[in-house]
Design a binder for this molecule. Sequence first.
Ligand code: KG4
Ligand code: ZN
Length: 343
Amino acid sequence: MPKIIMGVESSCDETGIGLVRLHDDGTVELLADEVASSVEQHARFGGVVPEVASRAHLEAMVPTVRRAFDSAGLTLSDVDAIAVTAGPGLAGALLVGVSAAKAYAAALNVPLYGVNHLAGHIAVDTLQHGPLPTPSLALLVSGGHTQLLRVDDIASKITEIGSTVDDAAGEAYDKVARVLGLPYPGGPPIDKAAQEGDPGAIAFPRGMTGPRDPAFDFSFSGLKTAVARWVEGAQARGEQVPVADVAASFQEAVADVLTAKAVRAATESGIGTLVISGGVAANSRLAGLAAERCAEAGIELRVPRPRLCTDNGAMIAALGAHLVAAGCAPSPLDLSANPALPV
Ligand code: KG4
Ligand code: ZN
């Protein structure tokens, strides 16, 4: 019998409710994906304010649940299992989703699965591209995470092989946007400005690429500082800042390091599939360079559509479906949020 799984996401500034159908053959079909974002409330602060995010989740949770069921033409009584992001993320924000999911699970008497947000970013790809070959490599790039993960089993075995030692890639985009006077979140306006610029105009540093650096870790804080210094220098000399060239050169540095390390990790471990997910996966240069380098290396590249790459409930529902399909044990009803949950 096909099963309906509801996914609840509230780890950062998006309240997401997803509904999927798990078919008997193990395939997972997307039925609803409703997101309420508080991003505009954070824009004037240049980053997510935890208290503001928690309050926004509280207000958005029930209306978002209603919208998801309405759009799928389902009712709460159709639900067979509930999955919720238990971490990593902002403590207060996570607690809103975990509390809501526990309440729904208890009221409907269905199993509850506390899941990992990062695994959700990978599982979401199966909604668009079908079952994930194993092993696969995943590059997660967003405002909160920058990680290279080896996936042996989406339900039970994901291993981190590298991560950022300082800023996340999206965070670097947001900070550089601020330096350039572009709005928050910075990824989309930098991507747009870069279209008119020369990616070779300024040689910004490629962090963590020295001979003694760990092969699969990342660092973007030096790059961010280098861009800020460069812009300050131009301003001090009374020159107009060439925003398009700075954006294109910064973007090239980020895309170069991310794709070089991901392709190298896949090649060295003999892995034939790379999934790129998270908000920064929407970046045009990252996608373009990844496609080029994966083709050269004979690696299959999977990038879910932008709507699935950013935080949403469908990714949590998809992961929940894989746990149900694998026969994993549900979480106890005293499940708690873990802001630092490891993969
Ligand atoms: O996954 P996401 O929606 O939220 C989390 O941080 O978990 O990612 C948001 C991040 C922001 O830092 C935003 O600037 C970045 O993704 N982003 C982009 C693009 N669109 C969004 N970065 C580069 N290029 C883009 N086109
Ligand atoms: Zn995320």
